[in-house]
Design a protein around this ligand. Sequence first.
Ligand code: PLP
Length: 392
Amino acid sequence: MKLNENYRELKESYLFSEVAKKVNAFQAANPDKKVIRMGIGDVTLPLCESVIKALHNAVDEMGRAETFRGYGPEQGYDFLRSAIKDHYAQNGVELDIDEIFVSDGAKSDIGNITDLFSKDNTVLIPDPVYPVYVDTNTMNGRKIIYMDGTAENGFLPMPDKNVKVDIIYLCSPNNPTGACYTKAQLEEWVEYALENNALILFDSAYESFVSDEGLPRSIYSVEDAKKCAIEFCSLSKTAGFTGLRCGYTIVPKTIESGGMRLNKMWLRRQTTKFNGVPYIVQRAACAVFGADGISETRRMVAHYKQNAQIIAKTMQETGTRFFGGINSPYIWFECPFGMDSWEFFDFMLEKIAVVGTPGAGFGKNGNNFFRLTAFNSKENTTEAMERFKTLC
Ligand code: PLP
């Protein structure tokens, strides 16, 4: 047996375990203190009413011989793909139903898509960013080039014409920085990709947090993107599906290389290695796109966005430089007092019993930054920010 030696190159992912270890030790030493956790990127609100209703109905269908469903189409039922197609159409993007692939979440598809590409590709990944892009390409042994997200470029790195790559990862609104590309910036990326025969892998998991009318929620708001971009999206943050699991990936039929069509390859890959998302989950996902589902999930997102505003206002009041928080559930701020992100983690936990995520966990450019999330109750967020003010 020979193992995949590339796994040796993976960095130990100790971020969340280290955070948990430190918080547990603090709580054990200070049993009376209420620790407020603002580090985890998981939702806190329960599923909305129309989703629960759809789940119940689908469960009942599964219990009757006439409506029972076994294996479904691997790429998703047409009722859900049509709802996703309509969702895109409402945002001005026309898709063919065959370009939509339903999955059990964006993480799986982001990892699995690497099956389609040669090991020789050079990959361009922002730093800081969601660590899955780096790890999945490291597992495949691909060469990774990093592009710096810094305070100077607003954590929105732009193409460098002198750097030639084959695959580009973009995440907007970004995890962890909350930064969001404008349409003009995405146009530059699409232009770069077309000039270099490169592919953009666009992660729009947080698209539902975009409220500025002028900002794109999909890379396909740039016309030529259908020639060079795959888009991953998820109901995890839009509708609280982190535990239920459902996402979707758009693979346009217009992308090909060397006579091979990506859409056809992805269909082949999915039908070979994946047996689809449970029927009841797809019914629940479909409810998200119905009239009631839209208003209920918008209220959920609005709740988180209100928390983000509370955090952002505190950052302004305390003169702390920050990014995100407007079109994103994440606030990314510069650690005060010149501390690095782990020092600040310890300091904040010790002094005010508030937990966040050290920016170092998202790449070297996060060393002096810190991520807080809006996934919490309004009461906790307000209390945490009152405590934060006492720090500064
Ligand atoms: N993409 C980004 C940028 C994320 O932050 C996350 C989850 O935190 C995902 C994808 C994964 O989403 P899913 O729950 O659909 O797998």
